[in-house]
Design a protein around this ligand. Structure first.
Ligand code: HEM
Length: 152
């Protein structure tokens, strides 16, 4: 179960990054060279938030199974930086990014006019992407390193 969730979470990260990236590019072009906020724009807004929430659910399940997390909470003096990263930092930064995506998506939905919708999505999603980029354990990250992809 643990290794399945770890691989799923690892693969799903690419969907999160890709959908956010697509939403950001589309909203940027939407307010710099104005056009109507179409059905596709709305679908991208909706699916970007949904994909991020699915990753949050997988992350929460993984959190309950991870030996690193149980090590961190099971010892009085945890001295493993990776255990701290996944138990606290990754959790806090990713949950914050998820809240930001949710707020941005909901605000954009309620805005009147295409320009305001695109701009709102752009601003909130860029902040979320920066946080996510910082909190993913890329192989080049100074905080914790994991592979680009994990097979099942
Ligand atoms: C957009 C949100 C998130 C992204 C993009 C993301 C991405 C990742 C990546 C790429 C890994 C490394 C997987 C590997 O080892 O190959 C990872 C590990 C992990 N993530 Fe996330 N994550 C997100 C949210 C969360 C959340 C919200 C939680 C907790 C509630 C969480 C808990 C964990 C845990 C526990 C591990 C692995 C610990 C271990 O190695 O045992 N993640 N995450």
């Amino acid at each position: 179960m643990y290794s399945f969730l770890l691989s799923l979470h690892s693969v799903f990260r690419w969907l999160v990054v890709l959908s956010l990236f697509t939403a950001i590019i589309r909203s940027f072009t939407g307010f710099t060279s104005p056009r109507p906020f179409g059905r596709l724009d709305n679908a991208i807004r909706h699916w970007t938030a949904t994909i991020a929430h699915i990753q949050l659910m997988i992350g929460i399940l993984l959190y309950t199974q991870s030996p690193l997390v149980s090590y961190y909470f099971g010892t009085d003096e945890p001295d493993n930086p990776e255990a701290f990263f996944f138990s606290i930092l990754h959790l806090v930064l990713m949950s914050t990014a998820l809240v930001i995506i949710t707020i941005g998506s909901a605000k954009a939905k309620r805005k009147k006019g295409a320009y305001a919708k695109f701009k709102t999505l752009f601003l909130w999603f860029v902040i979320a992407l920066v946080l996510i980029f910082a909190a993913v354990p890329w192989p080049f990250s100074p905080l914790a390193q994991r592979p680009f992809l994990r097979s099942f």
